[in-house]
Design a protein around this ligand. Structure first.
Ligand code: NAP
Length: 309
């Protein structure tokens, strides 16, 4: 068996090096310069050209090079027989927690506020809340969200989570499904989106959602740009219902030069860097799945096509 890497615009050198370092004998092919595609049963993919998988008639597994699989599932021409997997590396959860803690603390201790004051040479302290007076709502309390929630709780924040199914996480109140969404939103002073992008979650950060948040709530989106209705965010910040947002992901990436987010004083932008897959560690899971596929064993991180994540 061989592995084909099928991507668009990704630097593949670290991936090739990591795979070769772990498995020097691996037969690695790179789309679109590969031949004999009928030999390929396992593909590694990120933002592939839509329809490319169909060129591999014997594909049995498509492994995402990151935690999300929306970039794979949006292909209307997916081979029905292929299992889709994603990376569930603990390093991703650690990096995501460090990043969201930084964004939360930046907001809570007013670092962006003081940066704006600094530009005007203003020395004007403002009162701040203690972490124990702030509730953080984590939308999507899966592999990343549950770790983020736990780390924020260790810092003293009250933390709640929202999921599709019931779960027990120590010190975290988990709300479940559409029925409990309003109750979840009603207490969230800071809302962190860590949902997968699916038919149910697209555009979920919209005016109906924002309206249900407490006055002055702050939005953090580190999931996918398509979760956010951009105009609704600007409107709700501009009328003062929301105090601002930190966004790491966008509907169009890179964020277009003329986008209003760039100039908005209460929106912080980062270029999709919350938690980047480290090839050196992720390839262990990928090669493990490659071996499992050959031995007809269940794969790690397999996603449900019905749920979409
Ligand atoms: P995950 O383990 O699959 O967790 C997803 C969570 O969302 C689960 O708790 C799930 O509920 C919940 N959920 C899904 N659909 C829902 C719905 N309709 N209503 C309520 N809850 C719903 O995913 P993950 O590994 O934590 O990753 C989350 C996302 O983060 C990824 O899909 C990716 O888009 C994004 N991400 C971003 C970056 C970055 O650098 N910005 C890096 C990595 C990942 P159940 O637990 O009940 O199933």
């Amino acid at each position: 068996m061989s592995i084909a890497i099928i991507t668009r615009g990704k630097d593949l050198i670290p991936w090739v090096n990591a795979l070769k370092a772990k498995r020097p004998t691996l037969d690695l092919r790179i789309y679109p310069d590969d031949t004999n595609r009928e030999e390929i049963e396992f593909a590694l993919a990120w933002n592939h050209p839509l329809g490319a998988f169909r060129k591999y008639p014997n594909l049995k597994c498509i492994a995402s090079m990151g935690a999300g699989v929306d970039h794979i599932l949006k292909d209307p021409d997916l081979p029905e027989a292929a299992i889709i997997t994603r990376v569930t590396d603990q390093n991703l959860a650690r990096d995501m927690a460090e990043f969201t803690v930084a964004l939360v603390m930046n907001h809570v201790r007013g670092l962006s506020f003081y940066k704006r004051q600094e530009h005007k040479h203003l020395w004007k302290p403002k009162p701040y809340l203690n972490s124990s007076d702030i509730t953080i709502g984590v939308m999507g309390i899966g592999v990343l969200g549950s770790y983020v929630a736990t780390q924020l709780n260790i810092l003293g924040f009250k933390v709640s989570g929202w999921a599709r199914t019931t779960k027990e996480i120590e010190h975290i109140d988990v709300y479940v499904g559409q029925e409990e969404l309003d109750a979840f939103l009603g207490t969230a002073n800071i809302l962190i989106c860590l949902l997968p992008l699916t038919k149910e979650t697209i555009n979920i950060l919209n005016k109906q959602t924002f309206r249900k948040l407490p006055e002055g709530a702050f939005i953090i989106n580190v999931a996918r740009g398509e979760h956010l209705v951009e105009r609704d965010l600007i409107d709700f910040i501009d009328v003062g219902h929301l105090s601002g947002a930190s966004l790491d992901v966008f509907r169009e990436e890179p964020l277009p030069q003329n986008h209003p987010f760039w100039e908005h004083p209460y929106i912080n932008i980062t270029p999709h860097i919350a938690s980047i897959t480290n090839p050196a560690t992720a390839v262990s899971q990928i090669l493990e799945n490659y071996d499992r596929l050959r031995n007809n064993e269940p794969l790690i991180g397999a996603v449900s096509l019905t749920k979409g994540y």
